[in-house]
Design a protein around this ligand. Structure first.
Ligand SMILES: [Ca+2]
Ligand SMILES: [Ca+2]
Length: 274
């Protein structure tokens, strides 16, 4: 028997965000009357998205490394309990692989964009990336987004990788939307003439590492920042210049940065600045 009391409050449709339909909010309470969840009801979409980070690749392994989570013993790694994207999302158990979210690579950010005009950001969530590429919420389940009345695209941001944008998803208003970026290069949208948005390792496709200042491209500015930290030999920290996500800045990071810089990787999102 479900002991939770669910109350539903109907709100007038007065949502400012474009594309949102059926604006209704559901509050869930526990037996003591404390509100445990606040969610839009009737137009929730679960997102089952899979993405790999080049910096998370470990030779010979199908899954990404979780070095930042397990860096120190006694469940005290380098991952911050608050997300690094300004979302004020907190996961206190982030250093503990036995926590509800399990093994983790890092924080990641997902945005829902208007498919017809990807400059329009409909929603944004700071989430967690698992070694197998799955993206989950801090409760260990698939993230939930508000259903949209228009086709959407998924934009994926990581603090030191080049962001990617999905192709259009025609229906994003109920159920579960599944999108796997790792299976083919063309799962990441790019305009004609754009640089390839991902690189392949053993038949799987990975986001490029190297955009350490989060401006959608890898250029001389990223190189200067990375070179500084490399020369300082920083380690035991959560560093944006630690592009291979192992807790320090060394020759491996320098090699990845140099490759990204020489190839001039950039995100197709530069075509859609708001
Ligand atoms: Ca950059
Ligand atoms: Ca490193």
């Amino acid at each position: 028997m479900n002991t939770h009391i669910i109350r539903t409050m109907l709100w007038a449709v007065m949502v400012a965000l474009p594309g949102i339909i059926n604006a209704q909010i559901k509050f869930t309470y526990d037996n003591a009357g404390n509100r445990t969840k606040r969610e839009f009801n009737g137009s929730i979409v679960q997102l089952d998205v899979k993405v790999f980070l080049k910096g998370g690749y470990r030779p010979g392994q199908a899954n990404m490394g979780s070095d930042l989570q397990t860096y120190f013993s006694a469940n005290s790694g380098l991952l911050p309990t608050t997300d690094p994207y300004g979302g004020n999302v907190v996961y206190n158990n982030i250093g503990n692989p036995a926590g509800v979210a399990g093994s983790l690579v890092d924080w990641i950010k997902i945005e829902i964009r208007d498919a017809a005009n990807p400059a329009v950001k409909l929603q944004s969530k700071s989430l967690l990336l698992k070694p197998n590429g799955s993206v989950i919420d801090t409760d260990g389940t698939l993230p939930e987004f508000v259903g949209q009345s228009v086709p959407v695209r998924i934009a994926v941001f990581h603090r030191n990788h080049v962001p990617i944008l999905s192709n259009a998803i025609a229906s994003f208003n109920a159920g579960t939307a599944v999108y796997d970026f790792t299976t083919a290069l063309n799962k990441a949208s790019q305009l004609p003439g754009d640089a390839p948005q991902m690189g392949a390792v053993n038949g799987k496709w990975y986001m490029w590492a190297g955009d350490v200042n989060n401006d959608l491209s890898v250029d001389a500015t990223d190189m200067a920042i990375a070179t500084n930290d490399f020369l300082d030999g920083l380690y035991d920290q959560y560093l944006f210049t630690d592009v291979n996500l192992d807790g320090g800045v060394d020759a491996t990071d320098a090699s990845i940065m140099n490759d990204a810089f020489v190839n001039g990787y950039y995100s197709t999102l530069i075509n859609y600045t708001p």
